[in-house]
Ligand binder design. Structure first.
Ligand SMILES: [Zn+2]
Length: 140
């Protein structure tokens, strides 16, 4: 199965939605708190803008909310299967505790999913961008 070129690949790998090569975030580590929010303005590989409009990523909060709920449900189902005698307190400690640890990852994942809603993959994006750069350097 070829994953590159799918929205899933772009979202999970947190790559540029257009070329799937440039990184969406400046630091790959979601626990590097000083760079948590830092995104390049443009994709270094294809020139795709990452901030499509002012406040673009406010919408990713809805994605983040959906991801969190899905995660809490998944933990509940997993515990029901693996450890059916759990108490509500145990569920809250495990589910909310692990969700807390995953917050920064979900934050980035939701931004990646959000931009993937609006930008489509283009297998030739990088070549086009390189071509444009060449033409510009010829002109000027
Ligand atoms: Zn790109």
């Amino acid at each position: 199965m070829k994953l590159k070129g799918t929205k899933l690949y772009g979202s999970v790998m947190q790559k540029c939605p257009r070329c799937h090569e440039g990184d969406l975030f400046e630091s790959k580590n979601p626990y590097n708190f000083s760079k948590l929010f830092d995104m390049p303005k443009h994709c270094p590989k294809c020139g795709q803008k990452f901030l499509l409009e002012p406040g673009f990523y406010y919408g990713s909060m809805y994605v983040s909310y959906a991801l969190s709920i899905a995660y809490l449900v998944a933990v509940f189902v997993a515990m029901t299967v693996l450890y059916p005698e759990f108490s509500v307190t145990e569920y809250l400690i495990i589910a909310v505790g692990s969700l807390f640890l995953l917050t920064t990852y979900f934050f980035r994942l939701s931004r990646a999913i959000w931009i993937n809603f609006f930008v489509s993959y283009d297998a030739n994006a990088k070549e086009k961008f390189d071509q444009e750069k060449k033409e510009e350097s010829k002109k000027g």
